[in-house]
Design a protein around this ligand. Structure first.
Ligand code: ADP
Length: 169
């Protein structure tokens, strides 16, 4: 058997045939944890073929929630949003893959779960914007920013999934 490490050297994790590998921050929000949807949500990204590089159960402090959602500070729902995100443990995840940022947003669905398409996480599992079970970064820049915000360096793990050659040419 050829060594997967030999066939997929480090530079393949940066570019796969010219397509850029991105990182995104995905979070199961407190309602998703309380409703027992953690496995269901993780499995959707796992089955799609993305690579998990960070994962933890975490009680988010107020300051971190405010920093994460700083662009929404002027919105009327901001205080309720911070209360929601800090109301119980969340599942923090870093995922990596070609086009993972936009693809994860598609898997997640529209912000308002009533407008989210069936087949998406919010479309299948949620009803209200204020309880929409999952977060996903909206750009590659924010993916990097949010992963750096929620994870310490030693908490992330680089590895080559055994399925790599069966996912991308
Ligand atoms: P998304 O999470 O889809 O990227 P936004 O960045 O617009 O959406 O908003 C961040 C989060 O703030 C939403 O996922 C939702 O939890 C909350 N939120 C957004 N709009 C509202 C609203 N009108 N009322 C209550 N909560 C909201």
């Amino acid at each position: 058997l050829p060594s997967p490490l030999g066939r997929f050297p480090a530079y393949f994790s940066i570019f796969i045939f010219g397509e850029q590998v991105e990182e995104t921050y995905i979070m199961v929000k407190p309602d998703g944890v309380q409703r027992g949807l953690v496995g269901e949500i993780i499995s959707r990204f796992e089955r799609k073929g993305f690579k998990l590089t960070g994962l933890k159960l975490f009680q988010c402090p107020q300051e971190l929630a405010e920093e994460h959602y700083k662009d929404l500070k002027s919105k009327p729902f901001f205080p309720k949003l911070i209360e929601y995100i800090t109301s119980g443990p969340v599942i923090c995840m870093a995922w990596e893959g070609v086009g993972v940022v936009a693809s994860a947003r598609k898997l997640i669905g529209s912000t308002n779960p009533l407008q989210a398409e069936p087949g998406t996480i919010r479309g299948d599992l949620a009803v209200q914007t204020g309880r929409n079970v999952v977060h996903g970064s909206d750009s590659p820049e924010n993916g990097k920013r949010e992963i750096a915000l929620w994870f310490k360096e030693g908490e992330l793990c680089q590895w080559i999934p055994a399925q790599a050659p069966w996912l991308t040419e």
